[in-house]
Ligand binder design. Structure first.
Ligand code: SAH
Length: 511
């Protein structure tokens, strides 16, 4: 049997978007992904469903027996003809065991490739606005492993040389031995007041930075309980301009924000939160189920020609409709005769994906406003209107249109069902005061969430609550939940803006 190929791939430093296109391409084609503890598990979503995913999380410290097992695993999978992606944190060549793995492959006659990644030193520097080189004062950089330093009498590290080195010194794996590293540098003549920065969890929403002179950095990190993984940057570069710390200066940085939609909706919202530096905590409180096979859905979609207006009120409605059309062997041309109205930017964007531009959007994204403004925009009298939306949607939209003289088919194309999650972890985080925000985007998410978590827990722990609009707010109030802020525009973007506005207010108070 032909051997498979092995790819030693850099997964980047933490933020799952800091991976190369080549790495993603290889993960997509892998039969087997063998990944380290520092690899962001979010990257595994690129793997094909049938791929074998093997975690080889190692404890810190050299562990030859363990590494031997990893080597054997790689070889065994490749011998069985599999395409093996060996996914490693940062860059595979920086302070890891890639040289051994490459040797094993070479000895066994197995082809391999090495794909570089964004290494933690460069990522930590960039995400703190630290420039490791500067044409004015610094032309040299040194990468060192601090692992050797901790608790060893003899070490490979030449502290005499490091003490003399006038450039930036970057230590990997050094926080545990930070006190010793700093002491040895000073003993060997490095200035005690050399600027030093320690960056933990670089590029992640939990990133932290501690700055102090070399002789005080260990005590400072101790008192702030800084833990691995962390990078140590020593030298003039570490002083850095606080205004350059763009990542941590983002408006939602440091905020733990719970999203409570369905899995897909949460993923969309999480992207938005991440884009402003926040830490999204995804709690899937509902599940969307398409009613593709439903008789009424099929009949209406078979006879789209007979409708004057089609109305979508959510991206889920659009997706479910096109899913059902697809099963009928139809496509967007079914809407050729009708005009299309919708609410919300997500809905508009989703329609655009299917090649449809909405003919009408109200200025305010609520169903009441849609009914009112559509009737002002055009005469709906005796017009046939199809509402393709959640089976559980409140009847007010259909009633209002009927009142204006329209002939309405209110069709449920999907259902929203509460999803039993695993609330224990979230409850613990709430109790520990680790949650800043709960966000709600519909009455159904409110109901589903608070069947699992008691509303009074929220108010007693100072958790803030953000609502997408008046209907959701009303449902929250019904359950006795205080609403801290309500989005001005009733979309995910609007809700994100509301969170940003609140955190601006807080930082003004803090200033
Ligand atoms: N090959 C990796 C390094 C492996 S050694 C790379 O190129 O980045 C592991 C060390 O890397 C950790 O002890 C820590 O010092 C550093 N490290 C990895 N990810 C990090 C992160 N997100 N933030 C800070 N340090 C990180």
């Amino acid at each position: 049997m032909k051997y498979g190929k092995v790819y030693l791939v850099g997964a980047g430093p933490g933020d799952s978007r800091l991976i190369t296109l080549r790495a993603v391409e290889l993960i997509k084609a892998a039969d087997c992904v063998i990944y380290d503890g520092l690899v962001n598990p979010a990257l595994l979503r690129y793997a094909p469903p049938a791929a074998e995913l093997i975690s080889v999380r190692k404890r810190t410290g050299p562990n030859p027996a363990n590494q031997q097992t990893v080597n054997e695993l790689i070889i065994e999978k490749a011998r069985r003809g599999k395409t093996v992606v060996r996914l490693k944190g940062g860059d595979p060549g920086m302070f890891g065991r890639a040289p051994e793995e490459a040797k094993q492959c070479a000895d066994a006659g197995i082809d391999f490739e090495i794909i570089p990644g964004v290494t933690a030193a460069l990522a930590a520097a960039a995400y703190c606005g630290i420039f490791l080189t500067d044409r004015d004062y610094n032309s040299q950089v040194m990468f060192v492993t601090g692992h050797e330093a901790a608790g060893k009498e003899e070490s490979n590290i030449d502290f005499e040389l490091l003490a003399k080195f006038a450039g930036s010194i970057v230590f990997y794996m050094g926080v545990e031995g930070l006190g010793e590293i700093a002491a040895k540098l000073v003993e060997n003549g490095k200035a005690a007041d050399t600027p030093t920065a320690v960056i933990a969890n670089a590029t992640l929403p939990t990133q932290r930075i501690v700055k102090a002179p070399l002789n005080r950095i260990a005590a400072e990190c101790d008192s702030q309980q800084v833990k691995a993984p962390a990078m140590i940057i020593i030298g003039q570069a570490a002083e850095s301009d606080a205004r350059f710390n763009w990542f941590m200066n983002q408006p939602l940085f440091g905020q733990n924000i719970v999203t409570t939609r369905d899995i897909r909706g949460n993923a969309v919202f999480a992207e938005n939160i991440l884009a402003h530096g926040g830490n999204p905590i995804q709690f899937d409180s509902i599940e969307i189920k398409d009613l593709t096979g439903d008789e009424e859905v099929q009949t209406v979609l078979q006879n789209m020609d007979g409708f004057d207006w089609i109305i979508f009120t959510s991206a889920n409605g659009v997706r479910a409709t096109f899913e059902a059309l697809d099963t009928l062997g139809k496509d967007a041309r079914s809407f050729a005769q009708a005009k299309v109205a919708c609410i919300g930017s997500e809905t508009t964007a989703c329609l655009a994906q299917f090649g449809i531009k909405a003919d009408f959007l109200p200025t305010v994204y609520t169903s009441d406003q849609l009914a009112e403004q559509l009737a002002r925009h055009t005469s709906v009298e005796n017009k046939k209107i199809a509402l393709l939306r959640s089976a559980a949607a409140p009847k007010n939209l259909a009633d209002a249109l009927t009142k204006s003289g329209a002939i309405v088919a209110d069709v449920g194309v999907y259902t929203v069902e509460p999803r039993k999650g695993e609330p224990t972890g979230l409850i613990e985080q709430i109790k520990a005061g680790k949650i800043d925000w709960l966000t709600f985007t519909s009455p159904s998410t409110v109901k589903a969430f608070f069947t699992q978590i008691r509303p009074d827990l929220i108010s007693t722990r100072g958790v803030k609550v953000a609502s997408i609009g008046p209907v959701t707010t009303e449902q929250l109030k019904k359950l006795g939940v205080n609403v801290t802020t309500q989005a001005r525009t009733h979309t995910i973007d609007g809700l994100t803006d509301a969170l940003i506005k609140e955190s601006d207010k807080e930082s003004e108070i803090a200033d």
